[in-house]
Design a binder for this molecule. Structure first.
Ligand code: SF4
Ligand code: MG
Length: 331
């Protein structure tokens, strides 16, 4: 759970004058045990910073992160180490995150040594074989080196490494975006199966809604450090309310959502997070922007679709009425 989380980065020098980048600006999330929660947005929207805050790889400028009911915002030393065991990260590029000079057995065995120093060598070898089996690799693979594997297999090694500490929560930062499309689905299915079998909670960071559709329960869409829409993944696909979410959806091939929908194209690029627009920070690109949008910041509020679906737009009802987006049949 994250409450009113903020992360500002100071930039510039005392000579040029400091400014702060609001990478994550007042974000609250409540992620349930055992669910898969996706955070989606373009690069620079703050999603990776958000993931690092949740993992306590960064400490928040303001706000609180609680995990299993415990405030972990300011943990240090031993307690932080214990938390590290419960939360593991899967990286985007499995190749650069694996030491090329270490055999797979050592790569997967290393976190076992760190977190379970009492394990004997033999126990460790057995556990490594078991972890490789969990991710669909074979025990003999332990002798080989990362370069001998395909991208998908390397991501499996990364997942085995993450599982070594018996975590409760795994956060994947674009875990499949470096992989071929044909391999993406396999890794996504593997993560979903592991979640079910091991009772994990998964947080998946992605820039593309299509990737997370079949593996997530809920999704938060971020733009310039804020959540602009959040809800059950099926509702976000069938009844998106925020214009930015609609734009993300309209970038997905029609085959993915079963019918053609209003095409929304955005003006320009995402503004710099160092200098976000006033009011609704989306107003510089929003085709529906009105005067109010330039001055008033829209709060996340309930939509009339299903419980737990919220969007931050002054006019989502009017927009939904003018552009009725029929329900998308789930394929
Ligand atoms: Fe667009 Fe205004 Fe809604 Fe922001 S508040 S998304 S600018 S219509
Ligand atoms: Mg990123």
């Amino acid at each position: 759970q994250a409450t009113a989380l903020k992360k500002y980065f100071e930039t510039g020098s005392s000579f040029t004058g400091k400014s702060s980048v609001r990478a994550v600006d007042d974000v609250s999330l409540d992620i349930a045990r055992g669910e898969t929660f996706a955070i989606v947005g373009e690069s620079g929207c703050g999603k990776s910073t958000m993931a690092r805050l949740l993992m306590r790889l960064l400490s928040p400028t303001d706000g609180q992160v609680t995990f299993d009911g415990q405030d972990v915002s300011n943990l240090k030393g031993k307690e932080l180490k214990a938390l590290r065991r419960d939360m593991q990260f899967i990286f985007q590029d499995p190749f650069s995150s694996l030491n090329p000079r270490m055999a797979v057995g050592s790569l997967v065995g290393e976190p076992l040594e760190t977190h379970f120093p009492e394990m004997s060598k033999q126990q460790r070898r057995t556990k490594v074989a078991e972890l490789l089996g969990l991710v669909g690799l074979r025990a003999e693979h332990a002798e080989r080196y990362p370069h001998e594997f395909s991208g998908g297999q390397r991501q499996r090694i990364g997942i085995a490494r993450a599982l070594a500490s018996s975590p409760k929560l795994i956060i994947g930062d674009e875990p499949v975006s470096a992989l071929d499309v044909s391999v993406q689905a396999q890794v996504i299915n593997l993560l979903s199966d592991l979640r079910d079998d091991l009772g994990l909670t998964l947080i998946v960071i992605a820039h593309d809604l299509a990737v997370i559709r079949h593996m997530s329960d809920r999704v938060a869409v971020m733009y310039l450090g804020k959540i602009v829409e959040q809800g059950p993944v099926d509702t976000i696909f069938s009844q998106p309310r925020h214009p930015y979410t609609r734009a993300l959806l309209s970038a997905i091939p029609v085959a993915e959502h079963g019918r053609d929908r209003d095409r929304i194209t955005l003006d320009g690029d995402m503004p710099s997070p160092a200098n976000p627009p006033s009011g609704c920070s989306f107003h510089t690109r929003c085709p529906f922007a009105q005067d109010k949008c330039k001055t008033d910041v829209p709060a996340l509020r309930d939509t009339a679709t299903v419980a737990g679906h919220t969007a931050a737009c002054h006019f989502f009802d009017d927009i939904a009425a003018a552009h009725p987006d029929a329900v998308v049949a789930d394929s």
